[in-house]
Every structure is written in C-alpha cells, then in structure tokens.
Write a protein that binds this ligand. Structure first.
Ligand code: AMP
Length: 144
C-alpha cells in the first residue's frame, strides 16, 4: 500500500506551507481556501484542510465537521460573490474518481443556469481573472 502514502511534497502541501503562491480567500487554524488555477467555471475555489491526508478515505473523521462548515461558508459566499444560480460541491478520491492532487480538498463550483462546466484540470486561467475573482470572494467572506 506504499503507493497510497501521503506525499508531503504534493502541490497543495506546498501551497499550505507557502512555498508556492495561491490566491487565498480564507484561512483559519485548520483550513485554507484558494482559487482553482484551472477553473471549471467562474469562481471555482478549493477548500483544503491543513491536516495531511491523501483524500477523504484516509482522513481523520474528526476534521470533517469543521471542514464542511468552511465548505458551507465559502459556497454561500461564492454564490453571492459571483451571482450564481447554484453551487456544486465536488470531491474526488484516487485516480479512478478523477483525483489529480493527493491532498484532501473540496471543490466549490458556482453554477449558472444553462452554462456547462469546463473540463476538469483543463486550461490555466489568466492571473488577472484569478486576482479579480479572489478579491470578489474575499470581499463577501469578510462581511461574515
Ligand atoms: P482533483 O482532481 O480533485 O485532485 O483536483 C485538483 C484541482 O486542483 C484541479 O481542479 C486543478 O485545476 C487544481 N490545481 C492544480 N494545481 C493547482 C494550483 N497550483 N493552485 C490551485 N489549483 C490547482
């Protein structure tokens, strides 16, 4: 089972340690949220627990309560910030499911009536778009 071990050098672990940049919109003692750099739609964000686990399958169940509370907070803020019609929550475990980064994370996807999602891990978004969307989301989150 060594191939399923947590790799502390995965890209989200590096983001959590501040070794590579991200467009952060939220942080507390246990969770960080930042913009997905290859968004499947406007305002696509990721909620990431600081505790190391590959995915939901090996995570300590004690983290889920707070993690989901933050998922709800970011989802509500994203719906407001991007004037979305709805919000999809997605979460993948292991390659067969579509997981590509092996540190547990939850996708927040604002959805707009009649607008399909773009492909998963498709195209890099322009940095200025990510900056502007992070600012919009941060502004709503700051209102509490
Ligand atoms: P998953 O398939 O659930 O593991 O999704 C990983 C997500 O991380 C994809 O939506 C990617 O677009 C996104 N992603 C990959 N690298 C980065 C990065 N450096 N910063 C933000 N998002 C990233």
């Amino acid at each position: 089972m060594s191939s399923l071990a947590y790799d502390p050098n995965n890209i989200f672990a590096k983001i959590l340690r501040g070794e590579i940049p991200s467009h952060r919109v939220y942080e507390d003692e246990a969770v960080v949220a930042f913009m997905d750099v290859m968004p499947q739609g406007t305002g696509h964000a990721l909620v990431v627990p600081k505790a190391p686990s590959r995915n939901l399958l090996d995570a300590d169940p004690a983290i889920f309560g707070h993690l989901m509370a933050v998922v709800q907070k970011v989802a509500k803020a994203a719906k407001t910030a991007f004037e979305a019609d709805g919000v999809a929550i997605m979460q993948f475990n292991e390659p067969a499911s579509g997981q590509t980064v092996y540190h547990l994370h939850v996708h927040i996807l604002p959805r707009f009536q009649g607008i399909p999602l773009k492909p998963h891990s498709g195209q890099m978004e322009k940095p200025d778009v990510l900056v502007a969307n992070a600012e919009k989301l941060r502004a709503v989150l700051a209102r509490g």
